[in-house]
Design a protein around this ligand. Structure first.
Ligand code: HEM
Ligand SMILES: *[C@@H]1O[C@H](CO)[C@@H](O)[C@H](O)[C@H]1NC(C)=O
Length: 204
């Protein structure tokens, strides 16, 4: 009886962990392969790294139209690391780099890192939207980036149903992540892709 309860609790814990791990995902329009976390809402956050990681990575955020904004966090906590936020604006998608010093709508990041969209994987239609981007310089400062040389590490995710009021502005205020937020176990070793340089060259 006791043993079976322990086994049941263990099974619950491992399935909860499995739900927060990244898995291979190929973005259909660009053909870029990611290690991505997918939430039951349809939200997705993925990363692709070059075989020898440098200061950049390729990222992907996508969600059904019912999700107003989606965020990826370069660490497991909201405060401290770079936050990448995206939302649809008509047929296009706005991306924004943020950094939080407290748990409220995070202000724009003022450092040197930059988001450069990859057009093939960036679009919005009636049911779905997708933002595929080069995060340029995002790993240069370990205080805000993840430890790219480790085989795995903890990232974070967040999504809110309510779109920003000023959708056209990359500095728009965000609503709370009522779809969900939390940490993700990312597999950096398997995020390394031989196609990386060709994909990154398409970023504008
Ligand atoms: C108006 C905007 C936001 C508010 C008011 C807010 C507030 C909060 C609060 C109160 C928590 C504590 C636990 C919880 O309630 O879930 C939290 C956690 C979290 N938030 Fe936010 N947040 C905002 C935007 C964002 C954005 C844009 C991101 C990422 C792109 C993000 C990522 C996270 C993550 C990963 C956690 C879980 C880890 C932790 O507690 O630090 N948040 N947030
Ligand atoms: C929107 O794009 C997604 C992904 O390519 C596709 O599966 C879906 O059918 C499209 N929806 C509409 C309404 O065009």
């Amino acid at each position: 009886m006791l043993l079976s309860s322990i086994v049941a609790v263990f099974a619950l814990c491992t399935s909860a962990l499995a739900q927060r791990a990244t898995a291979p995902f190929t973005e259909p329009k660009s053909g870029i392969t990611f290690q991505a976390y997918k939430h039951t809402s349809g939200y997705q956050f993925g990363i692709a790294l070059p075989p020898k990681p440098g200061n950049d990575f390729i990222g992907h955020l996508s969600a059904p139209a019912s999700v107003g904004w989606a965020g990826g966090d370069l660490g497991p906590k909201m405060v401290g690391k770079l936050l990448i936020v995206a939302w649809p604006n008509g047929g296009s998608v706005v991306g924004s780099l943020r950094r939080a010093t407290r748990k409220s709508s995070p202000p724009p990041y003022t450092g040197a890192a930059k988001l450069k969209p990859i057009a093939a994987g960036t679009y919005a239609n009636a049911s779905h939207w997708s933002y595929t981007f080069l995060c340029e310089g995002c790993l240069a400062d370990p205080a805000v980036g993840f430890a790219k040389d480790a085989p795995a590490g903890d990232l974070g995710w967040a999504a809110g149903a309510r779109a920003p009021a000023d959708k056209a502005s990359a500095n728009a205020g965000l609503s709370y992540h009522n779809v969900g937020a939390g940490s993700i176990q990312a597999n950096f070793a398997q995020a390394k892709a031989t196609g990386y340089d060709a994909w990154a060259a398409k970023a504008a």
